[in-house]
Design a protein around this ligand. Structure first.
Ligand SMILES: Nc1ncnc2c1ncn2[C@@H]1O[C@H](COP(=O)(O)OP(=O)(O)O)[C@@H](O)[C@H]1O
Ligand SMILES: [Mg+2]
Length: 270
């Protein structure tokens, strides 16, 4: 986002190698990047290019083989469980499959109460907690009264996605990583979800990193775009620069794979 250019999350020589010897896969190969506060970023690449592996390293779910992650300009330290918890207050994710995001034995109230506790609200009066939960639900057009005492698996896919965003609304992280967040739901709720995320960015200055193979989505939502091929970042820049004036053949191929929905029907072949 123009104006605010302080570094929120960056990486230097970040690398992940899986396996050994002939089984070795270099999933992420010495990537350097810098994401700014309040910016909307897309990381785009075809399947297997290393996007999810990069996201997992940024979340601290897997350790890099080489390289470092910096959070707000400081080298990230998640060497203890306590430091990890602290980091996760600032760095949150929503995943492709909302069903994998919840402990199925926790009722929805517990999911949301957990978020309030993580933000230091454990000792708030119960009425205040209910107020916060109701506010978060209403932000995503869910009715809290209808959700109490339900389990996440009793919700529809679209409601689950919205519950994930209600969590983010309560947690107010500095960074949100969204790995193909909208692929499970229909186009209508997809637009709604994107809208809600944009509103959160505007209200709380959250940095959002979309991870996607959909370069059309990247163009539509992002300030900057980072293109990944075989574990490497091959091109990056403003969404306009990368998508309207791509330098790499790989980027041009990703763009040409997008169905040209606005192209007029060619009737000459009928
Ligand atoms: N846990 C793992 N063990 C071994 N190889 C893995 C593992 N996770 C990912 N890979 C490999 O790393 C490469 C990048 O995978 P991934 O990060 O999932 O790509 P993307 O999300 O872009 O589809 C692929 O070749 C994949 O098979
Ligand atoms: Mg992936």
């Amino acid at each position: 986002m123009p104006g605010k250019m302080s570094s929120c999350l960056s990486g230097s020589g970040l690398t992940k190698v899986f396996g050994l010897g002939r089984q070795k896969t270099v999933a992420v190969d010495h990537v350097d990047f810098d994401f700014h506060e309040g910016e909307i970023i897309s990381i785009v690449g075809e399947s297997g290019s290393g996007k999810t592996t990069l996201a997992k390293m940024l979340l601290g779910l897997i350790n890099p083989t080489e390289g470092d992650v910096y959070f707000q300009g400081q080298k990230r330290d998640i060497s203890s469980q306590k430091k990890k918890q602290e980091y996760w207050k600032n760095t949150q994710a929503i995943f492709q499959d909302p069903f994998s995001s919840y402990n199925i034995f926790n009722k929805i109230d517990a999911v949301l109460l957990d978020c309030i506790s993580m933000r230091g609200g454990r000792k708030l009066p119960h009425a205040k907690k209910v107020e916060l939960m109701a506010e978060a639900c209403s932000f995503v057009n869910l009715k809290f009264e209808e959700l109490t005492n339900k389990y996440p698996f009793e919700l529809s896919g679209g409601q689950m996605q919205r519950l994930m965003i209600a969590r983010i609304f309560l947690l107010k992280p500095k960074i949100l990583l969204a790995d193909e967040p909208t692929s499970m739901i229909d186009a209508c709720s997809r637009a709604t979800i994107l809208d809600m995320l944009m509103q959160l960015r505007n209200e709380i200055g959250m940095t959002i990193v979309f991870i996607t193979h959909d370069i059309g989505l990247a163009y539509y939502v992002s300030d900057s775009v980072w293109i990944m091929e075989h574990g490497k970042i091959v091109e990056h820049g403003s969404a306009d620069a990368v998508i309207l004036h791509p330098k790499e053949a790989y980027t041009r191929r990703l763009i040409s794979d997008v169905p040209k929905i606005y192209e007029e029907w060619d009737l000459s072949t009928v």
